[in-house]
Design a protein around this ligand. Structure first.
Ligand code: NDP
Length: 336
């Protein structure tokens, strides 16, 4: 297949720091960018060697492109994705797919109706570390799964302390930003999320935006003919000196992944059973975003599936929205 031709929707940090390189490394060609500001669009295009820059989404959608990558702020994803799909473009959309599951559901339905690929740019489920965990669980290495714990507490870099913290910014806060990523890893591993309870707080003195910057969440998962599974997540913008990790506990063992939730592939998988603890060999050479972009290109070509499909993005959003509602109401929130 010839190289996918891309348009970028959003002159964002994540496009600049990760995804432009990943598109190019996966064989794609980027035509240009649309931004809300002409100056930012021009600067971004110049910095990244793009031919075109515009402030008009319809102009970008009229270009000779196959796919768009959406990395605008979260409140814009739904409208931009639907417009791109209706213009016949495949869509790789940043997480969270939308601000509300009904919108994400509509995006998924529209892509299916039009026969286009819609994927969520969740970089973690495609990680070889998480693929190995799913493989170990599926082959029964730890017996029946009982519980899982995600440590995803980080210090939000100074450059990202903008819209994520503002209470008036739709789609802000740690839960939509990080818990959503955790769910993208836990959902394919543990089954169907059916209920969520969360507590969220504001901790950092530099967080003057008013949004929650730390949250702990418990998710109940169900799977046919299996006991229910409990998963617990700790997500934070405020913790500067901690590693990220994933633990999965089963009736016959525990899997522990060190550096499980970062943007880089490097990490370690440890399996503990009656026989002791051993280091599981995992090839961590490929960049996580390149893995995602390659999978997206294969899905467009019809030879593969995205790392996180639109439906996977929808399910991750459902967990995050339920966590957000639980944190606000103090109630356990069911997921339909
Ligand atoms: P940014 O704040 O860098 O960009 C988001 C939007 O903010 C841009 O589209 C841009 O609007 C606007 N913007 C950027 N810089 C400026 C500026 N200096 N002044 C005014 N406006 C500006 O966000 P992120 O890159 O951190 O996040 C973008 C999306 O990507 C979010 O949905 C986020 O959840 C997701 N994300 C995903 C990650 C992953 O690993 N999958 C990691 C990080 C983020 P315009 O386009 O109009 O110029």
């Amino acid at each position: 297949m010839s190289a996918l031709k891309w348009g970028l929707i959003g002159a964002s940090d994540i496009a600049a720091t990760r995804v432009i390189d990943a598109i190019r490394s996966s064989g794609g060609h980027i035509e240009g960018v649309v931004s809300g500001s002409a100056g930012r669009a021009d600067d971004f295009a110049a910095q990244h060697g793009l031919h075109f820059a515009t402030t008009d989404l319809d102009e970008l959608l009229g270009w000779d492109i196959d796919a768009v990558y959406i990395s605008s702020t979260n409140d814009k994803h739904y409208d931009q994705a639907c417009r791109a799909l209706r213009a016949g473009k495949h869509v790789l959309c940043e997480k969270p797919l939308a601000l509300d599951p009904a919108e994400a559901e509509a995006m998924v339905a529209l892509a299916e109706e039009l026969g286009l690929v819609l994927a969520a740019n969740h970089h973690l489920p495609g990680s070889p570390l998480h693929a190995k965990v799913r493989e170990l669980v599926a082959e029964g290495a730890i017996g029946a799964v009982l519980s899982a714990k995600v440590a995803h507490a980080v210090l939000l870099p100074q450059r990202l302390r903008g819209w994520r913290l503002g209470q008036s910014t739709p789609g802000s806060g740690v839960i939509l930003d990080i818990t959503c990523h955790d769910a993208s890893v836990l959902n394919p591993l543990l089954g169907t999320p059916v209920a969520v309870a969360a507590v969220a707080v504001q901790q950092a003195d530099w967080n003057t935006g008013g949004q929650a910057d730390a949250a702990m969440t418990v998710i109940r998962y169900e799977q046919k003919d299996r006991p229910p599974v409990l998963a617990q997540t700790h997500d934070s913008f405020t913790v500067g000196f901690a590693d990220t990790s994933l633990e999965v506990h089963g009736t016959a063992g525990t899997i522990r992944v060190i550096d499980a939730m970062t943007q880089d592939t490097k990490g370690q998988v440890l399996l503990t059973t009656e026989a002791g603890t051993r280091d599981i060999d995992v090839d961590c050479t490929d960049d996580l975003y390149v893995i995602g972009l390659r999978a997206f290109a294969a899905a467009v070509e019809g030879t593969g599936t995205p790392t996180a499909s639109g439906r996977d993005g929808l399910m991750a959003l459902k967990v995050a929205i339920a966590a957000q509602e639980s944190a606000m109401t103090g109630l356990t929130v069911p997921i339909n």
